[in-house]
Design a protein around this ligand. Structure first.
Ligand code: SAH
Length: 508
């Protein structure tokens, strides 16, 4: 049986600007073809066995022609695969979606067109430019700025275009911007008509350049403005002065590396993106269950003897209770113990299970836990610490000094995931990272190992933010300078630290 093809409009660059239908197609596809204009972050929604094929231009790699792409889609469908072909913006707006669909139609392959948000309207919107506006512009016109040079007779008639009073939006026009403006002027438009050129709109790299028909071409040259960019001609451009909003977000333009585990990254990434920045997830740590159960099982079987159970991470909570259930027990077994959590996220993990947490220290680190309970711990109290295999010793030592008997049990392990050192170095060298965040000492150490000692100087110019003093100290010991240390040792604290650094502090 033949497969099915979805030609999906993936939006203008910001990965959240895709439709629900488009996302559905990505989730169910066996094969996904994508190129530079479609944000590769969408790929994280792909099924785990989906085949991902990059068909865009890349240095040192084969560049697919349009014909090859169409054939590849066809062949995959003939193999019975569900194919999602992601296209920037809308597939039918200068997207050659029609050509891809024609080949499918000729061959009797089922296909669906998923419309997308075209850059023609969304890029102006993200710059505070409404393409129509009462009393200012009653129409908008989307025009190619890149006429096929092999064409004999030109399909665009600038005499007609120049008569239009509405907003003119040129795609693919940066190379020809001089000619475009000259033709509009020579056919009667005012040389003073406002023009904006917007590059990489809707993304963290969005830049706008404003001018008029007579001077914008020079300004584009002077500023070395490159593709992808749209040209927008019309009085609506002036509205950007009052309506711009995206570039006013506090972390606008900031690219922030997130080194936490893939599962945990999203909380930090969401906050960064909410504030207008871009989160680049590069997990340097992976957390897996500790499969040596002896110690844990012994502790769980005697759980009633512990007067204190101290959790130092949400992962500790997760893996401890998983094993508890596997052994046929549940939260009721803990009735005898006082529960402590290192901070609010860990406490929430416990509360989500219906448990009450007895102690959460004011400062979210190991030493502070001991302070918060030291008056209550009695000689001989048994304490259970379900933690990571690499957890620091200090908590155990301080509790023992109080006379407690501590069982420090690794319930999960941390690993360095399969990583791509070259990719990290490329991001750094191409200035794709403004801030590196570290949320634990292990993220620092693993980052150091991923990057390699010999490359550590590459990050000298990048701002480094640590979740707390211990993490900061680990970084400094490895020769990494630290610019930001969060005052509250959790994710909101880290984000606040970054905002404060850029003088953009607000409560998050
Ligand atoms: N189908 C796409 C357009 C593809 S043609 C759509 O509907 O948006 C490629 C052109 O789109 C680029 O040359 C540029 O003019 C424009 N473009 C696409 N994404 C853009 C972005 N994020 N910012 C500015 N221009 C963009």
């Amino acid at each position: 049986m033949n497969g099915k093809v979805y030609l999906v409009g993936a939006g203008p660059g910001n990965y959240k600007l895709i439709t629900l239908r488009g996302l559905e197609a990505i989730k169910k596809a066996d094969v996904i073809l994508y190129d530079r204009l479609a944000n590769s972050k969408l790929l994280k929604y792909a099924g785990k066995d989906a085949q991902l094929i990059y068909v865009g231009k890349a240095p040192n790699a084969h560049t697919y022609t349009q014909e090859e792409i169409s054939k590849l889609i066809l062949n995959k469908a003939l193999e019975g695969k569900v194919v999602a072909r992601l296209k920037g913006g809308d597939p039918f707006v200068f997207g050659r979606g029609g050509e891809e669909a024609s080949l499918l139609a000729e061959n009797g392959i089922e296909f669906e067109i998923v419309p997308g948000i075209t850059s023609a309207i969304s890029v102006p919107a993200y710059s505070g430019i409404p393409v129509t506006h009462r009393n200012v512009s009653s129409s908008f016109h989307v025009i190619t700025g890149h006429e096929d040079p092999t064409k004999e007779d030109k399909s665009l008639d600038y005499e007609v275009l120049a008569k239009l009073k509405g907003t003119l939006i040129f795609l693919m026009g940066i190379k020809n911007i001089g000619d475009i403006c000259n033709k509009l002027i020579s056919n009667g438009q005012s040389p003073d008509r406002p023009v904006a050129v917007i590059r990489r709109g809707t993304t963290v790299e969005q830049r706008i350049l404003k001018g008029t028909l007579k001077d914008i071409a020079n300004r584009v040259k002077e500023n070395n403005f490159k593709n992808p960019a749209i040209i927008i001609v019309g009085e609506v451009v002036n509205l950007a002065d009052t309506l711009s909003w995206f570039d006013k977000k506090p972390l606008f333009g900031k690219k922030v590396l997130v080194t936490r585990t893939r599962q945990q990254a999203s909380k930090l990434s969401e906050k960064i993106e909410e504030l207008g920045g871009e989160a680049i997830e590069f997990p340097t740590i992976e957390i897996i269950e500790n499969d040596k159960y002896d110690d844990m099982d012994r502790a769980i079987n005697e759980i009633g003897k512990y007067r204190w159970i101290i959790f130092t991470s949400a992962n500790g909570v997760k893996f401890f209770f998983k094993r508890l259930r596997e052994l046929g027990s549940d939260v009721r077994a803990l009735y005898n113990a006082m529960l402590c959590a290192i901070g609010p996220a860990t406490a929430k993990a416990l509360e989500d299970m219906g448990l009450r947490v007895d102690y959460v220290p004011k400062e979210y680190r190991a030493e502070a836990i001991v302070d918060s309970i030291k008056d209550k711990v009695q000689q001989g109290d048994k304490v259970l610490l379900p933690r990571a295999d690499i957890a620091r010793k200090v908590l155990v030592e301080e509790l023992e000094e109080l006379g407690a008997e501590v069982d420090n049990i690794p319930v999960y392990k941390t690993l360095i995931p399969d990583y791509d050192r070259e990719e990290l170095i490329r991001l750094i060298k191409e200035n794709k990272i403004d801030v590196i965040t570290f949320t634990s000492s292990s993220t620092v150490r693993n980052f150091y190992r991923v990057l390699g000692e010999e490359n550590i100087d590459l990050i000298n110019e990048i701002i480094v933010a640590a979740i707390g003093p211990i993490t900061g100290q680990t970084a400094r010991e490895l020769g990494i300078k630290v610019d930001i240390i969060a005052r509250e040792y959790n994710i909101p604290g880290l984000v606040n630290g970054i905002l404060e650094y850029f003088n953009k502090w607000e409560e998050v």
